[in-house]
Design a protein around this ligand. Structure first.
Ligand code: S3P
Length: 169
């Protein structure tokens, strides 16, 4: 069974995913990294050269590829569950876990993040926090279709692994 980590940019899906995979002896795939390898371009290059709509199609195809993986933790991109019927498919093909995070913490993290993210590039502090507040509200209905939610700042990967083991998957 594959496990899909769901949540906004900066919610810690990749960090949690890597540690959780170790705890559970699962493989780990970061969907953005998978896309970058598949296309031989960075996510920023894909956005710049092909545009967001094309990126969403590539992302969808990477997601469908992941249904063929075995016992893998997949860190999705922040937008993955919110396009096409991706979230329905995720729930049909794996266990989804929403890494919920307080919006103020998110703003702080994304303001200081060294990761290049095309959607928030070149934004002033005010624009960044307005964007995060709005986008999170818009995306929450998709994220909350996850099988369950955890507060990533409270639940450790070891505790998370315990919860997953207690579910009969
Ligand atoms: C995006 C999130 C990014 C990446 C792309 C678009 C989004 O992934 O897929 O820049 O729409 O929220 P992370 O959530 O891993 O930063």
């Amino acid at each position: 069974m594959n496990i899909y980590l769901i949540g906004f940019m900066g919610s810690g899906k990749t960090t949690m995913g890597r540690q959780l995979a170790e705890e559970l002896a699962y493989s780990f795939v970061d969907l953005d990294e998978y896309i970058e390898e598949k296309c031989n371009k960075t996510i920023s290059e894909i956005f710049k050269e092909l545009g967001e709509n094309e990126f969403r199609k590539i992302e969808r195809s990477a997601l469908t590829d992941s249904f063929g993986f075995k016992d893998t933790i997949i860190a999705t991109g922040g937008g993955t569950p919110c396009y096409f019927d991706n979230m329905t498919l995720i729930n049909k093909n794996g266990l989804s876990i929403y890494l919920e995070i307080d919006v103020h913490t998110l703003v702080k993290r994304l303001r200081n993040s060294p990761v290049e993210r095309p959607l928030i590039k070149n934004k002033t502090e005010k624009e960044l926090s307005d964007f995060i507040f709005e986008k999170l509200q818009e995306r929450e209905p998709f994220y909350s279709k996850s099988y369950f939610s955890i507060d990533n700042e409270i639940v450790s990967p070891a505790e998370m692994a315990k919860i997953i083991r207690s579910i009969d998957i």
